[in-house]
Structure formats: C-alpha cells, structure tokens
Write a protein that binds this ligand. Structure first.
Ligand code: NDP
Ligand code: 2IT
Length: 449
C-alpha cells in the first residue's frame, strides 16, 4: 500500500488505472496525496464529498490540431492542449509551454500543481495549463507568429478574462504572448485581459517579467532566515538560463549571493567572480545559447552537459529553474556533498521524489515549486487586477505586493505543516495549505463537476 488511508489508496489506484503510463502526472498526484494523510484522517467530509476523486481529475481537457505553414511553404502539424483542472476558487489560470517534450502527462501534472500553487497565492485563481509539442528553437519570427495565431484560433473558444487566462511558461515569453494576444483580440473583437505577461504598452504589468525569479529569492530569503542565514556571501547555483533563471540570478546577486554557475539543456557556464545577469538577458533576447556567455565574459568557462553542473560546482544555495525531474537522487547527493543548506525550486517539479528524500534526510532546507515559484502567477494575478481596474501600478508597488505574497505563502506553509504534525516541512505545508482552500470551496459550491 502506498497510503495509510484506505480512501487515498483507493482513489490513487483509480488515478493510476485511468492515467496509465502518465508518469509525471502520477508523480505529482502521489506527492500531494502523501502530504494529505493526516488531513483526510482529521476531516472525514473530504471523503463524503468525493474531493480526492474530483481534485485529481481535470474539469476539462482539450486536445487539438495546430496546423501552420513554415517559411519554405510546407504545411506543419502540431498537437495543442489546454487542461482546465480546477475552477473552485477562481477562473482557470496557468501558462502555456512550447517544447517538443510536451504531452498529456506533462500538461496534466502542470495543471494539477497549478491548482494548489494558485490557491497558495491568496488570489482568486483556479488551476490550468496548456501547450504544444511545437519546438520554437530555430524557427523564424514569422513562423512563431503563424504558429501562435493557429494555436489561438482554437484556444480562443475555451478562454477569456473571466473564464481562463493563459500566460507564459517554457518557450513562451513576451514575443509569443504578444502574438497570442493579438490573435485573441482579432477573433473575439475585444480588448480584455485574457492573457497575462503582455507587453507594457498593451496591458502588461511591471515586474511580471522578473516575478518568478524575484519571488523565488524572496521565498528563499524567508526560508534561510529560519536558520538564521541569508544570501549574504553564499555561493548560489541556478539551472536554466531562461526567464525564471535570469531573474533568480539578478535577485540572488542583489541579496548578497554569488551565482557561480548557470546552465541550459546542453551545458553550463561557471565563473568564480559571479554570473552577470545582464549578459544572460542579452543572450536571451537574441535567443543565443548560454555557451556564448564566454565570448562576452573572458573569466567564465563553458562545460558540455548540463547535469555535470550538480557534480562539479559546490554551492550553499541551489535554485533549479529549468524543467521537471532535472535532479535525481544521485545529483541530489552530489548537491548535499557540495555543502548545500537550501534547495528552492524555481521550475515545476525539478526534483525527483528520491532527490527530495535525500535533502530531507540530510537536513537541507527544501522548498517545493508550488510555493517557491508562485511569484510568477501571483504577479499574473496582479496584472489581472490592473486590467480589470484599467490602471497600472508602479514597479515598486507591484514588487512590494509580490514580496508580501511570498512572505504570506511561506508563513502558510510553515503553519499548515505544524498544524498537521509535520514539524518544519515546507513540502507538506504547501500541499496542505494549497489543498484545503480549494477543497473547502468545492464543498461549499456543491457537487458541480
Ligand atoms: P524558458 O523557456 O524561458 O527557459 C527554460 C530554460 O530551461 C532554458 O534555459 C532551457 O534550455 C532549459 N530547459 C528547458 N527544457 C529543458 C530540458 N528538457 N532539459 C534541460 N534544460 C531545459 O522557461 P521559463 O524560465 O519560463 O521556465 C523554466 C521553469 O520554470 C519551467 O519548469 C516552468 O514551468 C517554471 N515556471 C515558469 C514560470 C514563468 O513565469 N515563466 C512561473 C513558474 C514556474 P534550452 O534553451 O537549451 O532549451
Ligand atoms: O508555472 C507557472 O506558474 C507559470 N508558468 C506562470 C503561470 C501564469 O499564469 O502566470
């Protein structure tokens, strides 16, 4: 038996049966269910209302064909997805991922996680995710635009400012959100906040670009403070070199840390004088790989194989900001041996269950992505507020609200874990606090999905 609770065991078995082979989705469900044992035991109404059966099954899952024409005139076909996982506490909300690895399992794990993450922000947002197996790498601007327009031509019938509000994720940044928004506006003939992460001149919010990385560091600062520690003078490792990673690097440096290495899917760069986020920003803008960092900064060194970074470079603070399951048990043991005191997830589910076990056994502080990377979607929520009010707030105003939200998430995690007998366990606390708000709303709203 994977679970002590007969109810959790029965529901998890049926989730396994109905989603056979979907390893990322099953991994995410199992992780949340494991933290909920004492919650289910103490609150029999969750079984009575069928909450676990309902919360692990998306309210809606759409899959569609995305046809577009490449620059040579060839017709191309990709697969598009949107999962609307849970709307108990607000309109569906979550990013769109464009990466060749995207499949139903990945979209469902992301949508499931998003439900609890959005709940933790304290803002009224339900959980969703979307994407496609389209590979943006090497595509021209016009190809990206034609793909985004085709994708939105189907997606538009499922979304809206009060229904479902997509945003960016891997492979989707300001350029893509702009093309998606333009096509939405054209098809629906309405200018509303149906997407977040928009350009500043058409309804975007200041700080949204930086929000996930900044929020991650605000959360990590709180976690370090619980041990009387701070970023000051710490060596920091960041994986990824995209949106989340770049602004994690910026804020970690501003808070006194030194980012000694960063990676992409091919390799990593390391520099003992600290990685300069401004150089990364320039590479990101021209879509150049991180290997080109060494052309701009002579003291830096590039090493092939991104996984090697965990084994080669020692650091006290580790911020994985690339993708799911990038750190397995073996890599986690190397991280611990390298003297890590804290691991906080900027990416969604970057650590395997075995890796998380390794940190906990070694007494390394661990923050799960659904808490520590929630600053991105929280700031999307703030963008939605500004769009509804047709106002825009200053950088300082949004940044202050983001910092407050991250402090509150941290506090909710600590309190929920303690209340249910986990002691100081941010993973259990995030799952419990995120779950309870959604589950209680589902009960209050009756059996509707
Ligand atoms: P980007 O596309 O901007 O950057 C992704 C980075 O991760 C790139 O450096 C990329 O390298 C690397 N990467 C992607 N896939 C893989 C892979 N399979 N193996 C190794 N490296 C990989 O994405 P984001 O920065 O937006 O997203 C990063 C993570 O953060 C994701 O897990 C995402 O879900 C999560 N996240 C994002 C938020 C946001 O607001 N954007 C909010 C919360 C979480 P390469 O260029 O070589 O492919
Ligand atoms: O995983 C995530 O939280 C995101 N990609 C951001 C979602 C959003 O709606 O801003």
């Amino acid at each position: 038996m994977a679970f002590k609770s007969e109810y959790l065991e029965r529901v998890y078995e049926s989730v396994e049966r109905r989603n056979a082979g979907e390893k990322e989705f099953l991994q995410a469900v199992k992780e949340v269910f494991t933290s909920l044992e004492p919650v289910i035991e103490r609150n029999p109404e969750y079984e009575k209302w069928g909450i676990m059966e309902r919360i692990s099954e998306p309210e809606r899952f759409v899959q569609f064909r995305v046809t577009w024409v490449d620059d040579s005139g060839k017709v191309r076909v990709n697969r598009g997805y949107r999962v609307q996982f849970n709307s108990a506490i607000g309109p569906y909300k979550g990013g769109i991922r464009l990466h060749p690895s995207v499949n139903a399992s990945i979209i469902k794990f992301l949508g499931f996680e998003q439900t609890f993450k959005n709940s933790l922000t304290g803002l009224p947002m339900g959980g969703a995710k979307g994407g496609s197996d389209f590979d943006p790498r090497g595509k021209s601007d016009m190809e990206i635009m034609r793909f985004c327009q085709s994708f939105m031509t189907e997606l538009q019938r499922h979304i809206g400012a009060d229904t479902d509000v997509p945003a960016g994720d891997i492979g989707v940044g300001g350029r893509e959100v702009g093309y998606l928004f333009g096509q939405y506006k054209r098809l629906r003939n309405e200018f509303t906040g149906a997407l977040t992460g928009k350009g500043l001149s058409f309804g975007g919010s200041l700080v949204r670009t930086e929000a996930t990385g900044f929020g991650l560091c605000y959360f990590t600062r709180e976690m370090l403070a619980s041990k009387g520690e701070s970023f000051e003078g710490k060596r920091v490792l960041v994986s990824g070199a995209g949106n989340v990673a770049i602004y994690a690097c910026k804020k970690a440096t501003e808070l006194g840390g030194k980012v000694v290495a960063m990676s992409n899917s091919c390799g990593y760069v390391t520099d003992e004088s600290g990685i300069d986020y401004r150089v990364l920003e320039k590479l990101y803008e021209r879509r150049a790989p991180i290997s080109e960092y060494v052309n701009e900064v002579p003291t830096a060194k590039y090493v092939e194989g991104s996984r090697n970074m965990w084994f080669d470079v020692k650091a006290e603070v580790v911020l994985p900001c690339a993708t799911q399951n990038e750190i397995d048990g073996e890599a986690a043991r190397a991280i611990v041996a390298g003297g890590a005191i804290a691991v906080a997830e900027g990416a969604n589910m970057p650590n395997t269950p075995e890796a998380i076990e390794v940190y906990k056994k070694a007494g390394v502080l661990y923050a799960p992505g659904k808490a520590s990377n929630a600053g991105g979607v929280a700031t999307s929520g703030l963008e939605m507020c500004q769009n509804s009010a047709r106002l825009s707030w200053s950088f300082e105003e949004v940044d202050r609200r983001l910092d407050d939200i991250m402090k509150n998430i941290y506090k909710s995690c600590v309190e929920a874990a303690a209340e249910y007998g986990f002691g100081y366990d941010l993973e259990a606390g995030a799952n419990i606090a995120g779950f309870k708000k959604v589950a209680d709303a589902m009960i209050a709203e009756g059996v509707v999905y």
